[in-house]
Design a protein around this ligand. Structure first.
Ligand code: FAD
Length: 483
């Protein structure tokens, strides 16, 4: 262990910023010209820390592998440690002889609490501790409404963001670092057992995603090469590959919104309506983080407390049918199976299945939020609860509760050729487009020809749309009457 006078190392922490470019903490370390040690801390123990779901654990394993390789090209080893942030980093700072610890800020409430505690512990030990921004275009405490409070509605938030926030140019990846040469060991990534084994359900994830900074860059380039063509309308078509697919890369900090902004700036063909819509979507991510920062209980408490009295049902069987994509509504089933197979679901489909769970089945939005948390590769502490509450009607700037998606009409409108349903619900692929979204209305002969036997090869609808809609509205009425 080094003595006080030898302290010279800069320790850089990686958490939700698994990249070398546009990483201000890493740049500061490079600029210091002193030996750099790099560490990733898996913290599932600090107070309130929410353990990662299975899909994010899978992603994390591969993203850390990629980061570790990238750091190696600069001669730096990524040290892996597991434990509560403050205690683990203090110990590592001691072992590496760190005089300085740099990190990029987190904005989730348990992350903020753990980092505040870490900063105090380091400063008490006489270690310089500094944090940097990078995960968001805006610092959530800086943007305020005219009356000085946080925003609750997206459009004025977005206007304020555009007006007051002028995204900085992204920082280059350091060309070289002076590596810390000390003999400090960390955990072996395999020992964290982030990958599923029995069973290995990650085959579809492997086929779909390339976690890591290079994978993120490739996605952005592929999206923009197509000029984001027709994004404004194509983004709603579930069978099209019309969105960027960047959400998990953003969630893991393999790419930053500053890098996206820079890529969108400058060329005229990217300045049209399509890309304005795309920027706004990234703006929704900012809005969700703004909401979480100002409402730390967003994942567990209704934003609109009127919903505390909502008469939710509990029905484990219905929940399981929804999770497994066995509801009998093809578009809902396609979406739930897409989620299970690939760890991702199209945004329109997320709205449809969320509405179905909450309004057709009457189950609490939290049960859906928890399932998404476990199964999405982009599961995000801000976007997931904010969007669930948005669909449920209990959230900020939420869709009104009485807007109940009709899964048949949604399928017909946003999957008119049935590409989405056929990709994930192969047992009904031979039905004609006309019957694909409501097989129970198909004549017996059409079902027979398509090889579909309702109740055997494919379920009948688990609830009747019209009756479910009426039940949902009367449940909603009960909380309105209580006002
Ligand atoms: P694109 O259309 O290419 O959009 C670009 C980026 O904008 C996305 O990567 C994402 O970072 C952001 N974005 C787009 N739509 C939204 C939105 N509605 N809210 C917040 N950010 C948005 N997104 C997550 O990243 N993590 C989640 O856990 C998550 N849970 C959701 C749960 C529900 C019930 C719903 C309705 C939406 C949820 N979303 C979540 C938002 C959205 O569905 C995904 O961000 C989007 O589908 C990701 O695909 P993409 O990267 O191709 O999006």
């Amino acid at each position: 262990m080094p003595n006080e006078n030898d302290r010279n190392t800069v320790l850089v922490l990686f958490r939700h910023d698994l990249r070398l470019s546009d990483n201000l903490a890493l740049c500061a370390a490079a600029n210091a010209g002193r030996p750099v040690a790099a560490a990733f801390i898996l913290d599932e123990e600090s107070e309130g820390a929410r353990p990662l779901g299975g899909a994010r654990r899978w992603w994390l394993h591969h993203s850390l592998t990629a980061l570790s390789k990238d750091l190696k090209t600069l001669g730096v080893k990524l040290i892996l440690r597991r434990g509560p942030m403050a205690k683990t980093v203090s110990a590592l700072a001691e072992e590496t002889g760190a005089a300085t610890v740099y990190w990029n800020r987190r904005y989730d409430p348990p992350g903020i609490a753990a980092d505040t505690q870490m900063k105090s512990a380091l400063q008490e030990a006489g270690i310089e501790a500094e944090s940097f921004a990078g995960h968001l275009l805006h610092e959530p405490w800086r943007i305020k409404t005219g009356s000085g409070g946080p925003y609750r509605v997206f459009t004025p938030f977005w206007r304020a963001l555009v007006e007051h926030v002028h995204p900085r140019a992204p920082a280059d990846r350091p060309k070289s670092l002076k590596p810390f040469e000390g003999d400090v060991t960390g955990d072996a990534l395999e020992d964290w057992q982030l990958l599923p084994t029995t069973p290995d359900w990650a085959g579809g994830l492997r086929k779909t995603w390339t976690p890591g900074e290079a994978g993120a860059r490739a996605r952005l380039i592929a999206f923009l090469d197509g000029g984001g063509d027709g994004y404004k309308t194509r983004r709603d078509r579930m069978g099209d590959d019309g969105t960027s697919g960047l959400s998990a890369h953003l969630a893991h900090g393999e790419i930053t919104p500053f890098q996206i902004w820079q890529a969108l700036d400058g060329t005229e063909e990217l300045a049209g309506e399509d890309m304005l819509t795309f920027r706004k979507e990234v703006g929704w991510r900012e809005f969700c983080w703004h909401l979480l920062f100002h409402n730390p209980d967003l994942a567990t408490q209704n934003f609109n407390s009127d919903f505390d009295a909502f008469p939710w049902h509990r029905d484990d069987r219905a929940l399981a049918d929804w999770q497994r994509g066995q509801t009998g509504y093809p578009v809902v089933d396609a979406a739930m199976r897409q989620l299970w197979q690939t760890g991702w679901m199209h945004n329109r489909a997320r709205m449809i299945v969320a509405s179905f769970l909450v309004k057709h089945l009457g189950l609490h939005w939290r049960t859906g939020e928890e399932w998404f948390w476990d199964t999405l590769v982009d599961a995000d502490p801000a976007s997931n609860p904010a969007n669930w509450q948005w669909v449920a009607g209990s959230g900020a700037d939420a869709a009104p509760f009485f807007r109940i998606f009709n899964p048949v009409l949604q399928g017909e409108k946003f999957d008119p050729q049935g590409r989405y349903v056929r990709a994930f619900v192969p047992e009904i692929e031979n039905l004609s487009d006309k019957h694909l979204h409501q097989p129970w209305k198909a004549p017996v002969e059409a079902l027979r020809k398509a090889g579909v036997s309702l109740g055997e090869t494919y379920p009948r609808p688990m609830v009747d749309h019209k009756a479910a809609r009426e039940n949902a509205l009367s449940a909603y009425k009960s909380i309105r009457n209580a006002d």
